[in-house]
Design a protein around this ligand. Structure first.
Ligand SMILES: [Zn+2]
Length: 501
């Protein structure tokens, strides 16, 4: 039995249906599979979503939320495979002597399995010297890997960036097609460019527009679809094909500058406002309405990209339709702050005493509600009592989070950002052709393990999806032992009983 898993970052069902012409294979395949929306985790950030996919667990349990986090001594910590402490599906395949190939799956470094791995752009951080392959000799075995890089060299201008993503996607697709010929029990490939282009022109793609940028971007989706066709052509009856995305996209009304909001409320101090004047000058010039927040967010979350792009900073400022003030949060002297890009979490300074921290928390939650545009929740309650880093989680509603400073708290400008529904499909022996409702990203790991006849960790949050054809001889799901309470074990048993009908 063979598993081919293809992840299309950020692709929703609406987009697939909107791109019928560019994606005929995927559209046909949907009708020929068990498929549906795939509800992701909140916040739907790429680090969190792919970790939930791998582990079958909610954020509250695996605790990976963003590309970075602040350590107790206020240092930036780049998330790595060491932060993913819950067991992933591929480790379980590997432990059971299945041959595994992983490409561009976040947080596979340092490697937890024998091989073969091509690391993702999230695994290498700002270290250009990191070898992308495990084992290092992998390109000798597969010459198609020669010249492979996990990201594009970002340049000024949308069109060039989109063209670079097309080039990157073509390379990834040629690797996928080559690897699929070999006898891996499990191969898992993630394509990231599908997310990156939507941040820029989601609306034009969804409505199948034919401007220059849309035309170039659609070639990326057509390339992915061509590869899906290629994989389908090779698929035999012992192969399960799983295609999924980690979230979808949607339009937001604008931006919420959360740190500006906290500063205005007297909770946050800043430092180093030196470059304000330069930006004020730019501000008086006529601005083009151009959407660069995606780029800024990626740059701000990735030291390597930031270094690479710093020379273009002035260029960004010039193009930005609003004022960017280059001030930084004075973390030690702030009562509350939001430390990273688009992550909707407010942290309250640990150095304050519990009573004050709690009062600040309640006050901020009240003040967020008073905006009438976003809401805040106590993070511990939100993640069902599991200890999390941070104190308040913001329900973004129609506003994406920006942690830079602006003269406004809210800026109404259409944004394209992650939505809560991705999609999934499963095709293979015994799988029905039907629309499956209520599937969640955490269900994919247990479903895959079930199909492979491998033990499911007893403490997964997800469940085996009901994707089977009527009359298909179902085997019992097998759960591995864990240190769960008796009550939890009973709950799991009843889930298993309900599954093995
Ligand atoms: Zn994503």
């Amino acid at each position: 039995m063979k598993f081919i898993v293809l992840g299309l970052d950020g692709v929703g069902l609406g987009l697939i249906k909107g791109l019928k012409e560019e994606m005929p294979n995927l559209n046909r395949l949907l009708n020929d599979s068990a498929y549906g929306k795939l509800r992701t985790v909140y916040p739907p950030l790429t680090a969190a979503t792919w970790t939930s996919f791998q582990t079958g667990k909610d954020i509250g349990r695996h605790k990976v939320i963003n590309f970075f986090r602040l350590t107790k001594d206020f240092k930036m910590h780049l998330t790595s495979g060491l932060d993913v402490k819950e067991k992933t599906f591929y480790e379980i395949f590997d432990e059971n002597n299945k041959k595994v190939f992983l490409l561009n799956l976040p947080y596979t470094r340092p490697p937890k399995i024998k091989g073969d791995i091509v690391y993702s752009w999230l695994c290498t951080g700002d270290n250009k010297d990191i070898n992308l392959f495990h084992p290092k000799s992998l390109p000798e075995k597969y010459p198609v890997l020669d010249g492979y890089t996990p990201f594009t060299e970002h340049s000024k201008g949308y069109l060039k960036t989109i063209k670079d993503h097309l080039k990157l996607t073509k390379k990834i697709c040629s690797v996928i097609e080559e690897i699929a010929k070999h006898d891996y029990d499990l191969s898992c490939f993630i394509i990231s460019s599908t997310d990156w282009v939507q941040h820029k022109i989601y609306d034009k793609l969804l409505n199948n527009k034919n401007g220059r940028l849309a035309r170039e971007s659609k070639k990326i989706f057509a390339e992915v679809d061509r590869t899906i066709g290629n994989l389908l052509g090779k698929m035999d009856k012992d192969t399960y094909m799983i295609i999924l995305s980690d979230h979808g996209f949607r339009e937001f009304k604008g931006k919420f500058f959360v740190n500006t909001f906290l500063k205005n409320g007297g909770y946050l101090s800043t430092t180093g406002e030196g470059s304000k004047i330069k930006e004020d000058i730019y501000r008086t010039k006529k601005k083009r309405d151009v959407n660069l927040s995606w780029l800024m967010n990626v740059i701000k979350s990735n030291k390597l990209l930031y270094k690479l792009l710093e020379p273009f900073y002035t260029f960004f400022v010039y193009l930005f339709p609003f004022n960017i003030i280059k001030s930084k949060i004075d973390i030690k002297n702030s009562k509350a702050y939001c430390s990273f890009g688009c992550c909707p979490i407010i942290k309250i300074n640990d150095n304050l005493d519990d009573k004050e921290r709690n009062k600040i928390k309640q006050d901020i939650i009240k003040e967020l509600k008073a905006t009438g545009k976003v809401e805040g929740h106590d993070i511990t309650t939100f993640y069902k009592g599991l200890a999390m880093e941070g104190d308040i989680i913001i329900d973004m509603k129609d506003y994406e989070i920006d942690n830079t400073f602006s003269s406004k708290e809210f800026l109404d400008i259409p944004r394209f950002h992650h939505s809560k529904d991705g999609f999934f499909l499963v095709k293979g022996m015994g799988i029905d052709n039907k629309l499956v409702k209520g599937a969640r990203i955490i269900d994919i790991q247990p479903t895959m393990l079930y199909l492979a006849g491998l033990p499911i960790p007893a403490d997964v949050d997800g469940k085996v999806l009901d994707i089977f054809r009527k009359g298909f001889a179902r085997k019992k799901a097998e759960y591995s032992e864990s240190n769960k309470s008796l009550k939890e074990k009973e709950r799991i048993k009843s889930v298993i009983r309900s599954l093995s009908v």
